[in-house]
Design a protein around this ligand. Structure first.
Ligand SMILES: O=C(O)C(=O)C[C@]1(C(=O)O)C=C[C@@H](O)C=C1
Length: 271
């Protein structure tokens, strides 16, 4: 089985994808990963969806709205960032925007004058640090020991603003692999409507059937101000009668728009 994830080698996404398969290929954006899986180029894709400090990875949510894929597994992994550089004398800190945000307090107190540069991934930031002594990267500490000649140093470890920092990844697959089995399910709902109580109406079918929601996120549809796409995760499998009944109600409410079932899946915790 071949999976695609955010590259280059050494990203947190790469570490999560390694729990799925050893055969991992890379793309430079989440959108490109979702597109490659939707087009059937890969059996699996691994994309970050949510972080405990910084919240949703909005590019992922939007890519899941724009392309049709199935969610077949969830991977949760602790994120412990290191500051990596060739020496102490750097003026730029380069990393993925999520990683920079997860270390915001540390950077403000320890390097208030550093210029923060958002790049495609943590591993890309570490690559810049390897090439340029003026740049430090934020990423997994294992990136510092790529080869013996590596002169990249771990300047500091555990620099995320909370020790509990963790990221949730979804393993995606072509839609014909969508499963109804699993302890959790994900939906994307576009009601194409805007009236008082709409969101309340969309959530009641789950509450009425004692289904615990684990996340509700609204993203602008892009069509007009105040028009939203809702991402809903809940603790039940699509095989369950109560889940099917709740979704039937949601489909009625969203009759002018659409409801996409990403599928049901289980959670794996990876360190
Ligand atoms: O840049 C990486 O290493 C990634 O895998 C991306 C990503 C993210 O988008 O949230 C994944 C985990 C961490 O939260 C930081 C960055």
């Amino acid at each position: 089985m071949q999976a695609v994830t955010l590259g280059p080698e050494g990203t947190y996404s790469h570490r999560a994808a390694s729990a799925v398969t050893d055969d991992v290929d890379f793309r430079e954006s989440v959108t490109a990963i979702v597109e490659a899986v939707a087009d059937g180029e890969f059996d699996r894709g691994v994309v970050p969806i949510e972080n405990s400090i910084e919240g949703s990875v909005t590019e992922t949510l939007d890519a899941l709205t724009d392309r049709e894929v199935a969610a077949v597994q969830e991977i949760v992994t602790p994120i412990r960032h290191a500051l990596l550089a060739r020496g102490e004398d750097f003026s730029v800190v380069a990393s993925h925007s999520q990683a920079l945000a997860q270390c915001r307090s540390y950077l403000e107190s320890e390097y208030p004058d550093a210029e923060l540069e958002a790049v495609a991934s943590t591993a890309r930031g570490v690559e810049h640090a390897r090439e340029n002594p003026d740049v430090a990267g934020i990423g997994h500490p294992a990136n510092a020991h790529e080869n013996e000649a590596d002169d990249l140093r771990v300047i500091a470890e555990g620099i995320q603003d909370r020790t509990s920092n963790a990221t949730r990844f979804l393993v995606i697959a072509p839609t014909d692999e969508r499963s109804d089995a699993g302890g959790k399910s994900s939906l994307v709902v576009y009601p194409n409507a805007n009236y008082p109580g709409l969101l309340l109406e969309l959530l009641e079918p789950f509450a009425d059937r004692d289904i615990n929601l684990t996340r509700v996120e609204s993203r602008p549809s892009g069509e007009r101000l105040g028009d939203y796409v809702f991402h809903v995760d809940f603790e039940a499998g699509l095989y369950e009668d109560r889940a099917q009944a709740a979704i039937a109600d949601v489909e009625d409410i969203a009759e002018k728009g659409w409801v996409r079932k990403l599928g049901s899946y289980d959670t794996e915790h990876v360190v």
